[in-house]
Design a protein around this ligand. Structure first.
Ligand code: AMP
Length: 231
């Protein structure tokens, strides 16, 4: 029997844990993740033409153009589609135009795939608190995420060094308070439109309480998968 292929769209505000959950899914299920934010930061670090175009928007917490991000996602999907059964889109689609483009791409190019929507729910105060302690690995091939909050399981083992590649940890410029406020405003402005878009298509959005420990969030997600509650 042909194995079922799924694209999981991880929704949720910045700092809700989409990237951390995705990492566990990669480890435990062997899936692939595309974080459009990571891809954007890679372009900026490598000073590509795209990087130069998007630098300012990213630093100030604004979205980059739909057409640019759709092109990046299309190219990445074409490259990895045949090598995995589980694909996570982390941070895409973020607008209705992007959701429409993803639907069109699935209809024309990846028609054997199931689109599954999962939303991590975390209140705003918790988000702001998380982002104020967030550090990432400055190696753009790594970009592992850490937290310096007391008792966080995401604390690095040694000082400000990455557990995975030993490179230094830095703050993301868009994690500063002003950009965070802007990013949350933009996120919520688009989230309702996206929810309405999928509701119109009678597409469920499974919700996961993202306030618990990462292990528990993963368990809740796995439970939903095993009980076929993400449709
Ligand atoms: P993230 O790492 O997901 O918080 O994304 C960081 C930044 O990358 C965002 O604030 C946007 O500037 C840009 N970005 C990432 N994904 C998208 C997207 N799907 N559409 C537009 N801009 C995006």
């Amino acid at each position: 029997m042909k194995e079922e292929k799924s694209i999981y769209v991880f929704m949720g505000p910045p700092g809700s844990g989409k990237g951390s959950l995705a990492k566990l899914c990669i480890k435990k299920f062997g899936w692939y993740q595309l974080s459009t934010g990571n891809l954007c930061r890679e372009h900026i670090e490598q000073r590509t033409e795209i990087g130069k175009q998007i630098d300012f928007a990213i630093k100030s917490g604004k979205l980059i153009s739909d057409s640019l991000v759709v092109t990046m996602v299309r190219e990445w999907l074409i490259e990895i589609f045949d090598v995995t059964t589980g694909i996570i889109l982390d941070g895409f689609p973020r607008t209705v135009a992007q959701a429409e483009a993803l639907d069109a791409l699935i209809a024309t190019t990846f028609d054997s795939v199931n689109l599954k929507l999962v939303k991590l729910v975390v209140p705003n105060e918790e988000i702001v608190d998380r982002l104020s302690g967030r550090y990432i690995c400055r190696n753009n091939r790594c970009q592992a995420v850490y937290s310096l909050r007391i008792n966080s399981v995401l604390r690095p083992r040694i000082g400000l060094a990455c557990d995975e590649c030993s490179d230094g940890l830095v703050r993301r410029s868009d994690d500063e308070a002003e950009s965070v406020r802007e990013r949350l405003k933009i996120y919520y402005a688009h989230e309702q439109d996206l929810v309405n878009y999928y509701r119109k298509q009678q597409h469920d959005i499974a919700q996961v309480d993202g306030t618990h420990s990462l292990d528990r969030v993963f368990e809740s997600f796995e439970y939903l998968i095993n009980h076929r509650m993400i449709t």
